[in-house]
Ligand binder design. Structure first.
Ligand SMILES: *Cc1c(COP(=O)(O)O)cnc(C)c1O
Length: 228
């Protein structure tokens, strides 16, 4: 078995154990393999091990890998980085799920460009900066209502949920209050019927995210190793 296949297995075990501890069906938690800075060959290796969902943070890197891997027709690309409005057009066709809508203006631009791309509606999550960190992207909890409404106004978008990246804490349990805060926002703004997906949890805190209710964990290091 390849190292990547082995590490993927370990990540699935972690997810499964946390889901069972939470009394959840492990299949309700899905895995985005975060391949930023890693090569197309490494993505191909993860794909061969059964992984289908991959996440990227930068538009040029995503497009280069998508071109290299175009023969893998069932591979799904997620965008998890900050998306600039002037780059929307380039990714409108490629993405399966965009995790990082963070403004009304981005939602409007996406609606227009995805519409022009003539594809099925693009599922989107709204990123919330629950920790209120100045250097992090994501809308503030106060802006969330307006950004959600902006996504729903666009026929080319399908609002699917919320995403967050909590402030870093050395103890992974330190992320839990921020995951819980995202769940409370979801419950206050329409609950799981309006916002079924919660994208939260990374290599070091995924168990806490699954316990809090995550439906998409985004894991890079535990699958592909440390980034340079
Ligand atoms: C890089 C990144 C991840 C993956 O982080 P790891 O700690 O390597 O698992 C997840 N989410 C976002 C938004 C990222 O930028």
């Amino acid at each position: 078995m390849s190292a990547i296949a082995e590490r993927l297995g370990l990540v699935h075990s972690r997810i499964e154990r946390a889901a069972r501890e939470a009394g959840r069906d492990p299949a309700s938690v899905r895995l985005v393999a975060v391949s930023k800075t890693k090569t197309a060959a490494e993505v191909r290796e993860a794909h061969a091990a059964g992984q289908r969902d991959f996440g990227e943070n930068y538009v040029q890197e995503l497009l280069a890998k998508a071109a290299d891997l175009a023969d893998l027709a069932d591979l799904r690309w997620h965008f998890i980085g900050h998306l600039q409005r002037n780059k929307v057009k380039q990714v409108a066709r490629t993405l399966t799920l965009l995790h990082t809508v963070d403004s009304v203006r981005l939602a409007d631009e996406l609606g227009k460009r995805v519409g022009e791309a003539g594809r099925e509606p693009l599922p989107v999550l709204v990123e919330v900066n629950v920790g209120g960190e100045a250097q992090k992207s994501g809308c503030s909890p106060d802006e969330l209502d307006a950004v959600l409404a902006a996504c729903e106004r666009q026929a080319a978008l399908r609002l699917s949920g919320l995403m967050t990246v909590p402030p870093h804490t050395d103890d992974p349990a330190g992320a839990r209050p921020f995951f819980d805060a995202l769940v409370r926002l979801r419950d206050r703004l329409g609950g799981a019927s309006r916002l079924p997906e919660l994208s939260m949890g990374m290599t070091h805190d995924l168990e806490h995210a699954v316990l809090a209710g995550s439906t998409w964990v985004r894991v890079g290091t535990a699958i592909f190793g440390e980034r340079a």
